[in-house]
Design a protein around this ligand. Structure first.
Ligand SMILES: Cc1cc2nc3c(=O)[nH]c(=O)nc-3n(C[C@H](O)[C@H](O)[C@H](O)COP(=O)(O)OP(=O)(O)OC[C@H]3O[C@@H](n4cnc5c(N)ncnc54)[C@H](O)[C@@H]3O)c2cc1C
Length: 373
């Protein structure tokens, strides 16, 4: 019997694993993939979570993370506005960051198994989690950190899973010159493309596109040429860089609908609890921050033995809402704005007149640096 069982070992699952095992709890994490692995992600991460990562003995800059302080936004026609990021961040691949967390979780004594979770059942006061090979695990608490969308959501009858989602995302690493401390967000018809450096001199290019626009083209290569390259900045970029992956990575069915933070007594963490639009560049920060909130509460539960399960669930939901709901809303509003070419063109002209507005808008989608007690 484990104190905590974690389903999914992306950033949220691994951060919970590192934090809870550091505190001496008996933790197991079940992840379906091997480490290290590349993932579709813009790989720009806000400095909001840096002090917390360091508290967990994770040092991204020692692994080659690139400090990023500048932001550039362009419209599909190429109009540009630039600003210094209020908090800044760093670029590191998921290949490297998830692996750092994985190694730390193992070092802290967490059990990590490669397996696919098939079902999660709550049996009065404990969980039974069953994997595809029929193995059963028992734990006092279960954390659902299995990302944006899973078959488990269907079994758990979560509302958002019924909705159709028209987004797909494509990512590749490239070699070639690009301003080291810059994250650029270039818009194109039906989507936007993030560009920033990660470790080892590599460049991350990752875009989110509306499937209804994408499906008119046969593949990512043609889509890139015919649609992304209509933006002169992307056209210029793609003429100067070379992909290092044999093929880009793609994912689809990305949902930004609101979700519940607990379902059938399972604590949801990271994208399983709610996903912010990638244009905010803050999903990784939120996944890590949500793990801090949850791990802190779970450790209090085991230390003090004064809380019951219901109180713990309400405390998590309350703190999650207070911390993230406004950011999710800001992300949705910004997405509507970026999706409307006329509004975007006008908005950028206005931002040129009022340059202090852009950092204020960015602040709506980010939190302050995490303080640690
Ligand atoms: C196009 C795009 C660009 C983005 N760019 C950025 C960015 O630049 N900056 C930023 O901060 N955020 C960005 N994000 C958001 C960020 O990638 C996510 O918020 C973050 O990955 C969430 O981490 P997670 O741990 O919740 O989920 P994930 O990293 O998806 O991890 C979930 C894990 O669960 C595992 N899993 C799933 N089902 C099962 C199962 N049944 N059994 C066992 N294991 C299972 C999966 O294999 C996976 O490893 C972007 C997202 C997208 C889509």
């Amino acid at each position: 019997m484990y104190d905590v069982l974690i389903v999914g070992g992306g950033l949220a699952g691994l951060t919970n694993a590192v934090h809870l095992s550091k505190a001496g709890l008996k933790v197991i994490l079940l992840e379906k993939n091997d480490y290290p692995k590349h993932k579709v992600c813009g790989e720009y991460i806000s400095n909001e979570v840096l002090p917390y990562l360091e508290y967990l003995d994770i040092y991204p800059h020692r692994r080659g993370a690139v400090a990023i302080h500048e932001f550039l936004l362009s419209t599909p026609k190429g109009k540009v506005v630039e600003t210094t990021l209020p908090l800044g961040g760093f670029g590191i691949s998921r290949f490297a960051l998830d692996h750092l967390l994985y190694q730390k979780a193992l070092e802290n004594g967490c059990v990590l198994e490669k397996t696919v979770v098939e079902s999660i059942e709550f049996l009065k006061d404990k969980f039974k989690v069953t994997t595809r090979d029929g193995t059963e695990y028992f734990a006092t608490f279960t954390i659902g950190a299995y990302g944006k969308r899973s078959r488990l959501d269907i079994d758990l009858d979560r509302k958002f899973i019924q909705e159709k989602t028209p987004f797909l995302a494509v990512k590749s690493h490239y070699s070639g010159a690009f301003q080291e401390d810059l994250v650029a967000l270039h818009n194109f018809d039906g989507g936007y493309c993030g560009v920033s450096k990660v470790e080892d001199g590599l460049l991350n290019v990752c875009y989110l596109a509306n499937y209804n626009v994408f499906k008119q083209y046969r593949n990512t290569e043609i889509f890139q040429q015919e649609v992304l390259c209509q933006n002169p900045h992307l056209n210029d970029l793609f003429s100067k860089i070379k992909p290092v992956f044999p093929k880009p990575l793609t994912i689809s069915q990305i949902s930004f609908s609101p979700k519940e933070t607990t379902t059938n007594h399972i604590f949801m963490s990271g994208d399983s609890a709610g996903m912010v639009h990638p244009l905010c560049g803050n999903g990784m920060g939120m996944a890590i921050h949500s793990a801090k909130i949850l791990s802190t509460l779970l450790i209090q539960f085991f230390d003090r033995q004064t809380m019951d399960r219901e109180t713990l669930e309400s405390a998590y939901t309350k703190e999650w809402d207070q911390t993230f709901r406004k950011r999710l809303l800001a992300g949705r509003v910004l997405n509507l704005f970026l999706n409307n070419d006329a509004m975007l063109e006008k908005g950028i002209s206005m931002l040129k007149f009022f340059p202090r507005l852009l950092p204020l808008i960015i602040k709506q989608t980010h939190g302050a640096k995490l303080r640690l007690k």
